[in-house]
Design a protein. Structure first.
Lengths: 127, 229
């Protein structure tokens, strides 16, 4: 796992933020990296695809600046946070499941997006 | 050429909304479990409805309660009589309120249905939207049905667009809850640059609140919940 840069970036924010899971997905909701790897992939891919659709539809209907985050808080205060961003011109979503005792996630996900972009760039350059 | 379909695929609220917003003159014939009914539109207004011996507004409410069935829309047909004079928005509001009450009585037969689950009239919805906008940190509000019908708004810009955001996120949040087997969602939040919209769910509608830059979704949600009841 440690030599896989995308997973490494996700692993780091999971540890620092106590996130239950984090998923990097393509614009159509296909998971590219999931940490922990044994987290329910079907569930995570379904939720990412769902929120990706929401992000696209809100963008189309609102016509404002690009949607950069969609989050949902359950009544037990667990949150699903989806950050939308681009790497090398392609759209991606970073989805994290934030436990109830953590209030702040924005800074961590900002850093994760930065790390993911660097890792992605290195992978593209190296291939 | 008539348009046919299933009420499961296109609900009657949507059929009414489409014909009224597009200012259609048409007759919709509906069939469910051997019963038939019609709703007639003239220039975007509902002017006649009948099902069995029931005519007028009560017929609209009964037809709205059909959970299934089929429909045929014939465009251009001039209604033979006029039995409805209430606006289509008010008819839908009252129809949805009745369905909500019926559902509540089925689900909680031993309880009294909460009086404020859905305000009975459009002006009450407007009051609700106004009160929500007065919450600290809220710059605008829109109250919208799950089908995308804007019940009331107090917001700059296009309430239909803002409402669409609330519906998409609200429905997605509900689906997310189901997929994750989580508890019901408290709120959803969409961030678009500096613009943020908070989405709250109630049994019969979503409330979309446009937040100011420094507003706390949790605090606004808590205060709005006391208004929504």
């Amino acid at each position: 796992m440690a030599d896989r840069p995308l997973e490494k970036a996700l692993e780091r924010i999971n540890e620092e933020g106590d996130f239950e899971a984090s998923v990097l997905a393509s614009s159509d909701g296909l998971p590219i990296a999931t940490v922990p790897s044994d987290y329910d992939v079907d569930t995570t891919s379904a939720m990412v695809a769902l929120l990706r659709r929401v992000a696209r539809e809100t963008r189309e209907h609102v016509g404002l600046a690009q949607v950069d985050e969609v989050s949902v808080r359950a009544s037990d205060h667990i949150r699903l946070v989806c950050r939308c961003f681009t790497m090398n011109g392609e759209d991606f979503i970073l989805a994290v499941v934030v436990p109830s005792h953590r209030r702040y996630y924005r800074q961590l996900t900002n850093r994760a997006i930065k790390d993911l972009k660097l890792a992605w760039h290195a992978m593209v350059e190296g291939s | 050429m008539p348009v046919e379909g299933s009420l499961k695929e296109l609900g009657l609220t949507n059929i009414i909304q489409i014909n009224c917003t597009e200012m259609n003159t048409a007759t919709v014939s509906l069939t469910y479990q051997g019963k038939t009914g019609i709703i007639c539109f003239a220039d975007g207004a509902i002017v006649h409805a009948a099902v069995g011996d029931v005519v007028g507004e009560e017929a609209v409410y009964e037809l709205l309660s059909w959970p299934d069935g089929s429909f045929v829309v014939e465009a251009g047909t001039i209604p033979s009589e006029r039995t409805v004079s209430t606006s289509w928005n008010s008819l839908l509001l009252e129809g949805i309120r009745r369905m909500d009450e019926e559902q509540a009585s089925v689900e909680r037969p031993a309880e009294v249905a909460p009086a404020m689950e859905l305000p009975a009239a459009a002006d009450e919805m407007a009051t609700l939207a106004h009160e929500l906008k007065n919450v600290m940190g809220v710059e605008g509000s829109v109250i919208i049905s799950r089908d995308g019908i804007v019940f009331a708004s107090d917001i700059d810009g296009n309430p239909e667009k803002e409402g669409a955001v609330a519906v998409f996120v609200g429905n997605a949040a509900a689906e997310f809850g189901n997929a994750m087997s989580l508890t019901p969602f408290d709120w959803g939040l969409v961030t678009m640059g500096k613009d943020r919209m908070l989405i709250l769910e109630r049994p019969a509608f979503f409330a979309g609140l446009s937040l100011s830059e420094k507003a706390s979704p949790a605090l606004v949600s808590a205060e709005a919940a006391t208004i929504l009841g």
